[in-house]
Design a protein around this ligand. Sequence first.
Ligand code: MG
Length: 456
Amino acid sequence: MEKAGDGEYPRLFGTNGIRGIPNVDLTAEFCALIGRSIGKHFSSGTIVMGRDTRSTGDFVYSSVLSGVLSSGSDVIDLGILPTPALQYYCKTRGLYGIVITASHNPPRFNGIKCIDSDGTELDRAEEEKIEKIYYARDFSEVPWEGIGRAYPRNGAIDQYHDAILGQVDVEKIRRKKYRVLVDSGNGASYFSTPRLMEKLGCSLVTLNANPDGRFSSRDSEPKPENLKDIMSLMKTGGFDIGVAHDGDADRAVFIDETGKFIDGDKTLNLVVSSVISEGDKVVTPVSSSDAIDEVCREKGAVLVRTKVGAPVVSRTMIDEKAMIGGEENGGVIYGKHQYCRDGAMTAALVLNLMAENGKKISALISGLPDYTIVKRQAELKLEWPELLDRLAEHSSVEEADFTDGLKVIREDGWILIRPSGTEPIIRIYGQSKSPETARKYCEEFVGIVDVLQAQT
Ligand code: MG
């Protein structure tokens, strides 16, 4: 576990909540105590809870729930739903929330993620307060008659859909009668996204739309090697677009009408270029390609780069009054709807663009600047600050950016090396207009990281 800022206790929350293996890291006792800590911290009377389709969801959910109820808070139980649907529920009611999800992680993992009363992911400082309560065992003492109650609620998904439909030209999309293939990957969008597509007048074929917490059809991360089925089905023709989500559906990636995977970076640029005008601000992490610099420059918009991680992008968007932002992995944040990644909102925006322009998705994408990002990962064998020092010294003659890890900037591309916020691994990215150069840069630093970690 990562050390806390002051080094006094290990951190529990990573970039996307607390993640771990149920019955190993996430024991019933731990989850209940975290539930008590969150209940004490929010002390709001009512907390909204929901979860994804993981097979350990019942276990983790009910363990956290028992802690929250024991702190005296009531719980509104939304059941299984996409994370952004719960965030929208929190935002519109000014309630805090907890989602039991490990997003795209393998099925053995689960996680606990806290949502602020404005619907955004809870920020670091607030998470640290929860950790302090946990370590100090500074819980609320509640007599039996003060213990909270849990109330199941229906309708959150329909309200969420109404909000999404309010952001696009529904009639225009409906008239197009798009044929859409949706791959929910057995995750939390299994009901929600197909239903939204129906509301948009699409004729629909679903893939992996059975909720299966072991993700037996495909790995939950929506990357090309996990999306072979949808890509090959798209190749059979007859579909206008394919949509695939990660486990909790805050992300969406797209497959074009010929079966070609559209990189998340391209989707981000497509949506950004369609909604910005002169003077607007756009927020994205250092890991997005330089295409977004070109898109912003062309429109006279201002680009703000942040550390990697959706919560920091959302916060920066609010601070900078930016209406659009997002990540290169298929996580688009549309502030007019809500300040969090939202896979279904992204899918609706892309259909809206296709309908407005009367163009196929491949044609819309082909008009964008073309960059390649190659990603690798390596085991983290040293403490990260030590490895970062070694990397910085190794690359001391090059132009560097330390916003998040080390970004080595070269004339025809860049290399980013940073620790994962959710797993004990290092992520290495190579970016260039030339796919060859992107690959070469990435491999170069895979080698460098290996050598630097082997030194004593
Ligand atoms: Mg996710």
